[in-house]
Ligand binder design. Structure first.
Ligand code: AHR
Length: 498
């Protein structure tokens, strides 16, 4: 098979916001306790944070981390997690039916984020709480001092404000499973008034309103339209969440699911712009795709977990090679929407549907999905170019005209590099790719990274952590501005030129 691609710096989609490579840490399962934090572990630092996990997070280049939830946030009292640990309460955590010991709270997480070289994206509870809890948290985190909440932070040993810029106004408030679930009208009004008060405390905040929990929600996309009617003047982003699985073991169909993500983004953009037109507004609302991943492997195991434990093993998906391909395709989709999607969070980061796994008391390792994310976050910085792709296509149970070869192109004007991210979805045949990049005449191939494996279901585990890892033995060449490469079936590619 053959596929053709054309890229040109004159056809730019938009600058890639570095927050496209964000992630998410929720108080859920072993994400915090036994994940980022495990005092007594041989790798624990003076604050109890695991150095091996910090190292894997730093290497991944995660630019922003959403915290503390997720469904967890809709029942959370952030005040439980501040001050001396001995006086912090143990609470029944209703979203995941666990015990929350509150050993880690906002101050510890802000310290962890600094160590990890990342920023915090904070969520406030609009399930059981509202304006006061949210504005007090902003004051605690961001006000320099001289007021009740900021002085309390200082008294806890944090003289400098945490300076948290991006805030989520609740989580998945359209979902009946959410504590304090609301209609779009109820949520829209509460989000607008909470946003106003939060921005009164700190006008520099950037705020994210809750969009739909996924595109199959019965209220999608009316939810977005109604919420934005109420919040348009006070928020900067609307959120999107999506998870895909291969329950039917139909890999051709599974790998096409990034097309659903693409259509989801287009619909949310259209809905934002519909409200903009109705309001005769000059302001554009951007998208925060703040939960996305593959999630299905652990569903059955989770049903067996006994309630009311501290840090039970929940949502511990073990990812396969084919999952890494879909994660790569989802990253390609996000890059191709760089004009409107400014923030995206791979959900989540450690142990819970995560690229990084640990054994409590044992080692940490990288799952298969770690690698496409690492490549995108490392090399997908700059300007996303609009690729024209002419590829063979196939049909599946849920999709028609699925391109066998899909890709994104990123030009970094500072470094003068061009990077192609490409996936061959074909399960049986390799594809010969020719990419015309005439404006880049004189460029050479710096590296051609490949993630491939003969077994679609291959995984990385504690004892075989390097079973599925990329190699740099791809055969890309460039001649007179035409890049040629062989794409084995199926595979993920990063072709770097400079
Ligand atoms: O990421 C796991 C859960 O998925 C989050 O808590 C929730 O927001 C979503 O439904």
């Amino acid at each position: 098979k053959r596929a053709r691609m054309v890229v040109d710096p004159d056809f730019a989609i938009g600058a890639i916001d570095d927050r496209l490579y964000g992630s998410f840490v929720e108080h859920l399962g072993r994400a915090i306790y036994g994940g980022i934090y495990e005092p007594g572990h041989p790798q624990a630092d003076e604050m109890g944070f695991r150095r091996d996990v910090l190292e894997l997070v730093r290497r991944l280049g995660v630019t922003i981390v959403r915290y503390p939830g997720g469904n967890f946030v809709s029942g959370y009292h952030w005040e439980d997690g501040i001050g001396p640990r001995a006086s912090r309460p143990r609470r029944l955590e209703l979203a995941w039916r666990s015990i929350e010991p509150n050993e880690v709270g906002v101050d510890e997480f802000a310290a962890w984020a600094r160590k990890a070289g990342t920023r915090v994206m904070m969520a406030v509870n609009l399930g059981t709480r509202g304006i006061d809890a949210a504005r007090h948290l902003v004051e605690y985190c961001n006000h320099p001092g001289g007021s009740h909440w900021s002085d309390l932070r200082r008294s806890h040993g944090h003289p400098e404000p945490h300076g948290i810029k991006v805030w989520c106004l609740g989580n998945e408030m359209d979902g009946p499973w959410q504590i304090g679930h609301k209609t779009a009208e109820e949520y829209g009004r509460l989000a607008a008034e909470t946003a106003k008060a939060m921005k009164m405390v700190d006008p520099s905040l950037e705020l994210v309103a809750c969009g739909s929990s996924h595109s199959r929600m019965p209220t999608f996309p009316d939810w977005e339209a109604t919420v934005l009617e109420h919040t348009y003047d006070y928020v900067d982003y609307i959120s999107l969440h999506t998870y895909y699985g291969n329950q039917e073991d139909d890999t051709a169909n599974f790998l096409a699911k990034s097309m659903d993500m693409d259509a989801f983004i287009d619909t949310v953009v259209a809905t934002c712009d519909h409200v903009k037109a109705k309001r005769r507004s000059k302001k554009t609302i951007y998208l925060s795709f703040d939960e996305w991943n593959v999630w299905y492997h652990s569903h059955e195991a989770d049903r067996q977990v006994a309630p009311w434990q501290v840090a039970p093993p929940l949502l511990e998906d073990v990812y396969t090679f084919e999952d890494a391909l879909l994660v790569g395709l989802m990253l390609i989709t996000l890059m191709r929407h760089a004009d409107r999607v400014k923030i995206a969070c791979l959900a989540q980061l450690v142990n819970v549907i995560a690229p990084i796994m640990t054994r409590t008391g044992g080692p940490a390792w990288a799952q298969t999905i770690y690698y496409p994310f690492l490549h995108a976050s490392r090399y997908g910085r700059g300007v996303s170019l609009r690729p024209v792709i002419d590829s063979p296509r196939y049909d599946t149970r849920d999709f028609t005209d699925v391109p066998v070869v899909d890709g994104a192109a990123v030009f970094d004007p500072d470094k003068g590099t061009l990077t192609l991210f490409v996936v061959n979805r074909d399960l049986h045949e390799r594809v010969r790719l020719e990419c015309s990049a005439r404006a880049f005449e004189g460029y050479r191939v710096l590296e051609h990274l490949v993630l491939e494996h003969r077994d679609l279901k291959a995984t990385n585990t504690e004892h075989h952590p390097d079973h599925v890892v990329p190699h740099s033995g791809g055969d890309a060449t460039v001649d007179a501005g035409v890049i040629s490469a062989t794409l084995p079936a199926p595979s993920w590619h990063v072709i770097r030129l400079g």
